[in-house]
Design a protein around this ligand. Structure first.
Ligand code: SF4
Length: 74
C-alpha cells in the first residue's frame, strides 16, 4: 500500500506541502487561496480516502492538502 506523504519529506517541504490546507503558511505562500486543495488540483487523482499526486509518485496526499505547485484543474 502507498504511504501518506510526510510533510517532512524533502520535496514536500520544498513545496510547502500541508496535509491540511488550513495549516499553509499564508506569509510564505500568499498565492494560496482558501478554496484550493489537492482535491481540485490538476495533479491529483482521487483514490480511496485520499489520492495520488503526479509530483509525489508512490505516496498518497490528502484531498484537503495543498502545496505551492497547486494548479487548478481546467
Ligand atoms: Fe496537492 Fe496539487 Fe500539490 Fe499535488 S501538486 S500535493 S495534488 S496541491
Amino acid at each position: 500500500a502507498q504511504e501518506p506523504l510526510a510533510e517532512t519529506d524533502p520535496t514536500a517541504q520544498a513545496l510547502g506541502y500541508k496535509a491540511d490546507a488550513a495549516q499553509v503558511d499564508a506569509a510564505k505562500f500568499p498565492r494560496h487561496a482558501a478554496n484550493q486543495t489537492c482535491a481540485s488540483c490538476n495533479f491529483f487523482k482521487a483514490e480511496g480516502a485520499g489520492g495520488s499526486c503526479q509530483l509525489f509518485p508512490g505516496k498518497t496526499v490528502s484531498s484537503k492538502g495543498w502545496c505551492s505547485a497547486y494548479a487548478a484543474r481546467p
